[in-house]
Design a binder for this molecule. Structure first.
Ligand code: AMP
Ligand code: ZN
Length: 114
C-alpha cells in the first residue's frame, strides 16, 4: 500500500532499526520505546488490522507470534518474560493501520494497562 509507512519500511523506502526478519515478517525497534526492549513485529504483506485477517492468513498470524518467541530468545528475555500487544482500531489505541505486534520486555509490566 503506497501511503502506508510500514509498507515503506518493508520495501526499504523508509529506514528502520531491524532486529529480526524472515519470509513472512520483519521486526524493528519502535521509535518511541515504552520499555527497554520495544519492538514491532509486522507482516510483510499489508493487512490493516486484526479485523482484516482472513482464515487463509492463519499461518501469517502465527508467524508474527513465532517471530516474537524467537526475538525473546535472541534478546535472552524469554525466561524473565515479555508482553505482546496488538492494538485494534480506536478503543485499542491503534495509530498505524498496518498490523503490528508490540513486543515489550526488560521491565516489569503492569496490569491492567492504561
Ligand atoms: P499503535 O499505536 O499500536 O498503532 O502503534 C504504532 C507504533 O508505531 C507506535 O508505538 C509508534 O511509536 C510506532 N512507529 C510509528 N512509526 C514508526 C517508525 N517509522 N519506526 C518505528 N516505529 C514507528
Ligand atoms: Zn502497509
Amino acid at each position: 500500500m503506497s501511503d502506508c509507512i510500514f509498507c515503506k519500511i518493508v520495501a526499504g523506502d523508509l529506514p528502520c532499526d531491524r532486529v529480526y526478519e524472515d519470509e513472512h515478517v520483519i521486526a524493528f525497534n519502535d521509535m518511541h520505546p515504552q520499555a527497554p526492549h520495544h519492538i514491532l513485529v509486522i507482516p510483510k504483506t499489508h493487512v490493516a488490522g486484526v479485523n482484516d485477517f482472513s482464515d487463509e492468513q492463519q499461518l501469517l498470524l502465527g508467524a508474527i507470534v513465532l517471530a516474537a518467541k524467537k526475538i525473546a530468545a535472541q534478546l535472552s528475555v524469554a525466561e524473565d518474560g515479555y508482553r505482546l500487544v496488538m492494538n485494534c482500531n480506536g478503543h485499542g489505541g491503534q495509530t498505524v493501520f498496518h498490523t503490528h505486534m508490540h513486543f515489550l520486555a526488560g521491565r516489569q509490566m503492569l496490569w491492567p494497562p492504561g
